[in-house]
Design a protein around this ligand. Sequence first.
Ligand code: AMP
Length: 187
Amino acid sequence: MRIVLMGPPGAGKGTQAALLENKYNLIHLSTGEILRKEIKEDSSLGHQAKTFMDKGQLVPDTLLLEMMERRLKNPDCDGGYLLDGFPRTIPQAEGLAVSLDKLDLSLDYAISLFADELELVYRLVLRGKNSGRSDDTPDVIRDRQRIYWEHTAPVLGFYRSKGLLKEIDGIGSIDEVFNRIVDVVEK
Ligand code: AMP
C-alpha cells in the first residue's frame, strides 16, 4: 500500500503515521524528519534546508523531489510506504506522480486530516514546549499554517480530482482518529 498523509501542522500526522506504519507494515517516510536528520548530520542538503526550515518556510521543490525520488527507489520501499509531509505543493505532487509512473507504481490513498485552526495552534504551542523543535514557536507556527493553506491545501484538489482523496476528521482521541483512518483504508 502506498499512502500520502496530509493535514495542516498539528493535525496529528506524525502520531497517526506511526500507528499506520505498525498496523500495515509500511515504511513511514516523514520529509520533516529526514530533513532534520540531514541537518543533524551536517550534510550539504541539511545546510540548504535549514535556513528555510528555521523560518517555517518550505524547502525548494527541486531539493525535495531529488531527495524523495532517490529515497523511493530504495528496496525497503518495495512493500509500501506512508508519505508524511510530502507532497506539500502542486509541483511536488506532479513530480511524485512522474517518479511513481517511472517505477510503474501508483498511490492507493491520499488521506487528509482536517481540524479547527485554533485547536491546531494550541496543540503546536504545547508540542513546542515539550519537543524543543525550533519551528514550534507561535510566530513560526502561524507562518507554517499560512503556507499550508497557500501551497499545500491545493494539493487536496489534485488528489480529489484523481479520486484518491479521503478526508478524515482529525479531532478526537488518537484511537478515534486512527479508527476513522482504518475504516477508510479497509473499506
Ligand atoms: P514537518 O516535520 O513535516 O512539519 O516539516 C518541518 C519543516 O520541514 C517544514 O516546515 C518545511 O520547512 C520542511 N519540509 C518538510 N517537508 C517538506 C516538503 N515536502 N516540502 C518543503 N518543505 C518541507
